[in-house]
Design a protein around this ligand. Sequence first.
Ligand code: SF4
Length: 268
Amino acid sequence: MVNFATAPAQVSDPPDLTAALVEVFSAIQGEGLNVGTRQIFIRFGICDLRCRFCDSAHTWKPSQTCQIERSPGERDFLTANNPVTSQQLLDWVNQQNQPGLHDSISLTGGEPLLHAEFLAQFLPLVRDRTGLPIYLETAGHLPLLLQPILPYLDAVGMDIKLPSVSGESHWSAHSEFLRCCHSAKLEVFCKLIVSAQTQTSDLVQARQLVAEVHPAIPVFLQPVTPLGTAKDLTAPRPEQVLAWQALMKANLKSVRVIPQTHKAIGQL
Ligand code: SF4
């Protein structure tokens, strides 16, 4: 007779978590420190911010379906149902992973950190399967959700949202987020979208925020790509950009101005 009081507990596999996905595809990175490199993009759905310049508003809410590219760069998408499991996503990413083609995997959105629990399960698997470095593209305002996945990241591109341009204000969260990435010795850079409406006081505050963590952290000023939806945001004038770069360089070692290059080469 089995003594149930002393029988060992059944060990079951952890549940396969799910996430709302927008798309998986292979493309050339058009922004920041990794500009020009080839990445497998995993775009997650859902964002809790509402930036005035957002060109990904279709990602704000979870969609019933997602688009999966079958062959890297061919745009031969199939449609799959949401939410997706980590095993499904692993198979789709692995399908993209032709030998030598990709430099890294980009987690983008939406806000990928809103799927932190899923990522904590998925990232060790995808690192193991593909051997590719993992790059997180984030608004940089959710430091608590970053913590569980820090061990599985290699690089982070985080935004510093300038209130005068984005309509969003997250100074203390950005500061804590940048400090976490720097302390974890990740490759990290900050991206600031600038428009003709940028207030100098915002740039001074961003400069101080970065310099307090480390003045050598690279900063990218990215002139806004004007959208029909945000008519009050216009591209900055050349003399504005020159003045702002000089202002930032007064305290920071690496300040570059780079527009969205993927749009310049016609890659959406
Ligand atoms: S954080 Fe990114 S996805 Fe979210 S609203 Fe801002 S630009 Fe759009």
